[in-house]
Design a protein around this ligand. Structure first.
Ligand code: ATP
Length: 450
């Protein structure tokens, strides 16, 4: 492998045997593994990837696309079915939660165990222990067996070790999403330092923003195939096009990306973004309207017990009344629901909140409780609530809350509350130049003097 490469993945494939019924595994053994009772699932297909030293590379792809499998193979914790991987330098990995930790050992014992596995001598660990413990910041829990840790504590300690062994290659698989925001910030700041020191960083993220902000290259995996490798903006935009498209358009988009990005058009690992050109343009033209994706349903809904009123049918719609959940940036929509009362409520206030996947509250609002109709809402009434808004959210996925509050004599209390009751996406749009979560800009202006 050439000396400027940190990682070289050559023709890697991973095949898992799949059995229609549990006992087929046994029957297959008796049939001497001739494949009668087994089918093969190709989790990775002929992956070729070269990562240069000092680069930060983000891997994106939907659930099950093979991201974790690829990282595990690169880290050597999983053997490929075909192909090979070469790694140059000390590699520290944060893969799935708890990998590399012994649950029965205390945090401190695990620090020594883990750092030893990562190649540090005892003396070196002694020297770095204070840094590790202060970064993890889990106090006396460090003397408890890690099986008693919360997932957040686990990640804090694992990350503290991984970054303090001065890795030449750091591999992170979404583990950061478990920690709280302050800790995530601290981790990203440290990754930045590790990067500046010349290390190679490879990480999987579902957050397009993180990949664009942090990486200088990105890789798109889809169905075990490496579909694109290039600049983060380009790859993230291809990824979003793929996942936000209606199901019937996806094969065409996949093919368009493939045609343009396969090695024959630009060597994988070269970092050249390529341009999906005409093929993507064809795919792009046919949908610029908001639409409804029936598969876009939240899996994290929490409905609190109601106390005399029920929130019914929260949804988003266009101004002319069509239900939508895949929105166009800059357009106007209504977030609507009904509140059906079973008892008389006074000073009723209905609220909404938009949050990101990681729970950051982006926008909230509530109706005015002093409105005459809301002073006393009788039992058996239906209140129709609608929040009209302009979609200033940047492309990404968002979750909606709904809540109804009323005065219960001494204080204002929730009568019904639903968290993550609906979700929506904002489609990528090449015209958007704003970054981060929200586009505040009405117009930009450049003065010029010479
Ligand atoms: N031991 C196994 N046996 C059979 N199939 C497996 C096994 N491990 C993983 N797979 C399958 O391989 C595919 C790729 O899995 P992998 O975990 O790499 O995906 P991923 O892109 O990391 O997904 P996620 O974003 O959900 O973490 C999935 O379809 C998964 O079900």
């Amino acid at each position: 492998m050439s000396s400027d490469l940190a990682i070289r993945v050559h023709g890697v494939g991973k095949v898992y045997p799949v059995y229609a019924r549990p006992h087929h595994r046994l029957l297959e053994m008796f049939a001497r593994g001739d494949g009668r009772y087994r089918s093969d699932f190709h989790a990775l297909k002929n992956i070729n990837l070269e990562i240069r030293k000092g680069h930060t590379v983000g891997i994106v792809g939907r659930n099950g696309s093979g991201k974790s499998t690829l990282l595990q193979i690169i880290c050597g914790t999983l053997a490929p079915s075909s192909g090979s991987v070469e790694v140059a330098g000390r590699l520290a990995a944060l893969l799935e939660l708890g990998a590399g930790f012994n649950p029965e050992f205390t945090g401190l014992e695990n620090v020594y165990l883990n750092a030893t596995i990562l190649g540090l001598a005892r003396r070196e660990i002694d020297e770095r222990l204070d840094d590790i413990l202060s970064f993890a910041d889990i106090g006396d829990f460090v003397h408890q067996p890690v099986k008693n840790y919360s997932s957040g504590m686990y990640v804090r300690l694992a990350f503290a070790v991984a970054i303090n062994v001065t890795p030449e290659i750091l591999v992170v698989d979404e583990a950061l999403s478990v920690g709280d925001e302050a800790f995530q910030r601290k981790c990203f700041a440290r990754i930045e330092k590790i990067r500046e020191a010349g290390a190679t960083v490879l990480f999987v993220s579902h957050s397009a923003g993180t990949v664009v902000d942090l990486c200088d290259q990105a890789v798109l995996l889809d169905g075990g195939e490496l579909l694109a490798h290039g600049t983060p903006k380009r790859v993230v935009s291809l990824y979003q096009k793929l996942i936000y498209a209606p199901a019937e358009q996806q094969p065409a988009i996949r093919q368009a990306i493939r045609d343009d990005q396969l090695p024959s058009h630009g060597p994988a690992g070269s970092g050249s973004p390529g341009d999906a050109g005409d093929a993507m343009a064809e795919v792009r033209t046919d949908r610029i309207e908001a639409w409804f994706d029936p598969h876009l349903l939240p899996a994290s809904t929490i409905a609190y017990e109601d106390r005399g009123a029920t929130i019914v049918d929260p949804h988003l719609r266009t101004l002319d009344g069509s239900r939508v959940n895949t929105l166009v940036h800059g357009e106007e929509y209504v977030y609507a629901y009904r509140v059906e009362t079973r008892r008389t409520l006074s000073r009723v206030r209905c609220g909404m909140m938009v949050r990101t996947t990681t729970g950051i509250e982006v926008a909230g609002a509530a109706t005015d409780p002093s409105l005459p109709r809301m002073q006393l809402v009788p039992a058996g009434a239906t209140v129709e609530v609608g929040f009209r808004f302009r979609c200033r959210f940047n492309p990404g996925t968002y979750f909606l809350n709904a809540g109804c509050l009323a005065d219960t004599g001494t204080m204002e209390e929730y009568i019904d509350r639903r968290v993550d009751v609906a979700m929506f996406r904002v489609m990528p749009d090449q015209r958007i130049r704003a970054t981060a979560l929200v586009n505040l800009i009405e117009a930009d202006d450049i003065g010029w003097r010479q």
